[in-house]
Write a protein that binds this ligand. Structure first.
Ligand code: CDT
Length: 307
């Protein structure tokens, strides 16, 4: 049985506040078709791929933001994407803001198989930014106001002939994210992101955004013997410049493909999942070499404890 998966990262350029779901879904379908014409069978879209990155604005009454969230998936607006993907026999991963029937708000990504069935839903675990309005900032990053951190953790699902995991944006900066999936034998991790180039709490990091993005995903791939697909919504969105640099990374940690623009753009790579075993069965043979008995602090405490 083939262990080759042709993967596409479908980067989005900016989505402005006034852009309707219909306009965005049309862009997603264009990217899906481009990916299919390049033999992709799994297309990965960014975090919050249906709207502008709305946590950059604060509203006192959160229900005024309800229109940014999806209450159903597929919805009337997204059904054409699901239909076209099924017609083409292409699976996809899509990020969106989710408002549940019991009024919980999650930053969510779903994985859809080539036959149109929804395989899995992942809700973001690490929610960055701030809870309250900070008017002195040039723009807000109020994800902690708009989203509840998920307690469901990091699943790995059998799909596309392999073991697929998901993470969303800030999750990619935390080694625990990859390791929890690595311990479930993950072979491809799918990650959408929106990363402003200006990091307000410490602007000295601004010129390093691309470096840090590559650093964390390439390390996570290598240390866990897995492919990683990182997909941006980048470019100048409502006056805020976002990192592009979408990439497909091998289990060796090497870059297989990277976008060259900060607009809508498709990149592809042929991923032989058996490549993962070169790492999982040697240097990173977890069962042979890991020492969980001395890693207790990782799960027993949150912050650093200084003597
Ligand atoms: N979307 C998201 O998680 N973005 C964060 C920005 C830095 S925290 C303000 C990221 O980790 O890229």
């Amino acid at each position: 049985m083939s262990r080759i998966v042709n993967v596409a990262a479908a980067q989005l350029g900016p989505i402005q506040r006034e852009d309707s779901r219909a306009i965005v879904v049309k862009r997603l379908i264009d990217l899906l078709r481009q990916a299919h014409s390049r033999n992709a069978e799994l297309v990965v879209f960014p975090e919050l791929a249906l709207t502008t990155f709305f946590p950059r604005w604060f509203v006192d009454d959160i229900t005024q933001a309800d229109h940014w969230y999806e209450t159903n998936m597929p919805s009337v607006a997204t059904q054409p994407l699901f239909d076209e993907a099924k017609r083409l026999g292409v699976g996809f991963c899509l990020g969106y803001a989710e408002l549940t029937a019991d009024s919980q708000r999650f930053n969510t990504q779903i994985l859809v198989e080539r036959n149109g069935s929804v395989v899995a839903k992942y809700r973001k675990v690490h929610i960055p930014g701030h809870e309250h309005h900070e008017p002195d900032r040039p723009f807000q990053h109020a994800e902690r106001y708009y989203f509840t951190p998920s307690n469901e953790g990091f699943g790995v699902w059998k799909a596309f002939g392999g073991r697929i995991g998901m993470m969303i944006c800030n999750d990619r900066r935390w080694p625990e994210t990859y390791r929890v999936m690595g311990l479930q034998g993950v072979e491809i991790i799918l990650c959408g992101y929106n990363t402003p180039l200006h990091y307000v709490p410490d602007p000295s990091q601004d010129p390093l955004q691309g470096f840090h993005n590559a650093l964390v995903m390439q390390s996570g791939a290598y240390q866990n013997g897995t492919f990683v697909v990182g997909v941006a919504k980048g470019g100048l969105e409502e006056g805020v410049d976002g990192l592009a640099d979408s990439s497909i990374i091998a289990p060796s940690g090497e870059l297989l493909a990277k976008t060259t623009t900060s607009d809508d753009e498709v990149i592809t790579a042929t991923c032989d999942l058996d490549w993962c075993n070169n790492y999982k069965n040697t240097l990173f043979d977890f069962d042979r070499y890991r020492r969980p008995e001395v890693y207790g602090r990782i799960t027993q405490q949150r912050g650093s404890i200084l003597d």
